[in-house]
Design a protein around this ligand. Structure first.
Ligand code: CDP
Ligand code: CDP
Length: 224
């Protein structure tokens, strides 16, 4: 039987990570784990509970008392927080604009990484995030770092919002994406960074099938 690999896909906001990770996982019949959804779920709960997002210990206590489940769905995955479906709530702009504060905290990250690694003990996983190749799955057989210009990424999110019938402001999206990238890249603990052995793919002028094909080629090279 073919060896089941671990595949790490990292990169900045709206680079296309979850879209391509999900397709690659489907092609391989692997599980897909969107680690950003886990940070978003904790952020959502912290906001609902009026926690100060700068205070690490109450956030960690909340996380330790929280069950976050990721279940496959047609459009990616359902996210359950303490058995309640929060798939849509965790994509709200208040969560998006707060999540990078929550994900700065070392103890919160340690617990998240512990849970993420537990999903991957058997291999056969495609995981996307910011620190998968560098910290969560440093031995992943395939590591990809997806990039795209901030303009292109804002346009992608804008198009997605309009398609869903959500209000959207392109200039504001550009600012929010750039601000989140800056916090994620500059934090002390496990910042957004390409792993030394990751393959960088600039997706600015690539379609989704183009990116999937490039990643599948890398996987086939590894499988030999
Ligand atoms: O989908 P999008 O690129 O907007 O973000 P996401 O993948 O849902 O991640 C949301 C946020 O969670 C990021 O901006 C990071 O602050 C944090 N995150 C992280 O710190 N480490 C990860 N492995 C995944 C996400
Ligand atoms: O997970 P991440 O935040 O990196 O990005 P995403 O949510 O997968 O992708 C953001 C948007 O860009 C989605 O609407 C994708 O359909 C779109 N996209 C694209 O237009 N071209 C690509 N090469 C990749 C993604």
């Amino acid at each position: 039987m073919e060896k089941k690999l671990s595949i790490a896909i990292d990169g900045p906001a709206a680079a296309g990570k979850s879209t391509v990770a999900k397709i690659v996982a489907e092609k391989l019949s692997y599980i897909y784990i969107d680690t950003g959804a886990m940070y978003r779920a904790l952020t959502y709960k912290a906001i609902v509970n009026h926690l100060n997002l700068e205070n690490e210990d109450p956030l960690l206590d909340t996380l330790l008392a929280t069950e976050i489940e990721l279940l496959p769905s047609e459009n990616g995955q359902f996210v359950y927080l303490d058995h309640r479906d929060v798939t849509n709530e965790i994509r709200s702009s208040i969560v998006t604009n707060s999540v990078s504060i929550v994900s700065k905290h070392q103890k919160v990250r340690e617990e998240m990484v512990r849970r993420q690694q537990a999903f991957a003990t058997e291999g056969g996983v495609v995981m996307d995030g910011r620190d998968i190749g560098t910290h969560v799955l440093p031995s992943a057989e395939v590591k990809v770092f997806l990039l795209a210009s901030v303009e292109e990424r804002a346009v992608r999110r804008h198009t997605e919002n309009l398609q869903k019938g959500f209000p959207s402001d392109l200039e504001k999206l550009k600012e929010e994406i750039a601000r989140r990238d800056k916090i994620d890249s500059e934090r002390e603990v496990a910042p957004l960074k390409k792993a030394d052995d990751a393959i960088e793919i600039d997706t600015t002028s690539l379609t989704i099938p183009d990116v999937v094909e490039k990643i599948m080629d890398l996987i086939h090279e590894r499988i030999g």
